[in-house]
Design a protein. Structure first.
Length: 237
């Protein structure tokens, strides 16, 4: 039986034209897509501006691999819908299909966060990943399993020794997104890829988006998380 094509949706308070611009303006894409690293600009050019088809009046964008974005009016805001290309078009890419889908879940929620909370603010991001830890192990070790609030609700917790608060931004089957007040109203996304033949334990990633931190605070955040992430023993929940 054919698996249904994944469909990811977010709703934003920004009007459709502003949401569409966030997909078509390179500077705006830089404020939400992925995380910052040396090749991010080249990645954005490849995904959003090479071999793409756009329907400007309809605000539809089909990128090279066949994934389709639709920006639709939703009340006074917009709904952004990503429909994944069907599985089976390219065997080499099919092995990473679930990984890419989970990546889009993270990125669309980062897009919604940027549009709703920081439409004109430059971000700075930190990214960590492990292929030998499950998401449940990382969430448990961070103490995030104690965050039981639903999307939009406030939470307080101790995160890697730091007392933090904010709101639950989203929950999905394999991901948790939290706004983090001490990071300049930042965003933490912990995302997992389910186990597969390619990755027997799956993999887990954390993306930290920050705003307005001093150089010292940003460096301390990176040092602390890097040490914690690298030292995490396998099998700790």
């Amino acid at each position: 039986m054919t698996e249904p094509t994944p469909r990811i949706e977010v709703t934003v308070s920004a009007p459709p034209d502003r949401a569409w611009a966030a997909l078509r303006d390179r500077d705006l894409v830089h404020q939400w897509h992925g995380w910052q690293y040396d090749e991010l600009g080249a990645e954005i050019d490849t995904i959003f501006f090479t071999d793409v088809v756009e329907e400007v009046p309809g605000r539809t964008l089909v990128i090279g691999g066949g994934d389709r974005f639709d920006v639709l009016p939703e009340g006074t805001g917009a709904r952004i819908v990503l429909t994944r290309a069907p599985l089976g078009g390219d065997p080499e890419w099919d092995a990473y299909y679930q990984d890419i889908t989970e990546g889009w879940v993270s990125f669309l929620h980062q897009l919604a966060f940027a549009l709703d909370r920081h439409p004109a603010d430059p971000r700075r991001t930190l990214f960590y990943s492990r292929d030998d830890l499950t998401t449940a192990e990382v969430v448990g070790a961070l103490g995030l399993d104690a965050v039981t609030a639903g999307p939009g609700e406030r939470y307080t917790t101790t995160l890697r020794g730091e007392d933090v608060s904010g709101r639950v931004w989203f929950r999905s089957t394999h991901q948790l997104g939290l706004t983090v007040d001490p990071w300049g109203d930042g965003l933490l996304v912990v995302a997992g890829i389910p186990p597969s033949e390619r990755a027997p334990k799956g993999s887990t990633m954390a993306t930290l988006t920050t705003y307005g931190l001093t150089e010292e605070a940003y460096a301390a955040l990176d040092a602390g998380w890097s040490a914690w992430w690298a030292a995490r023993p396998v099998g700790t929940a």
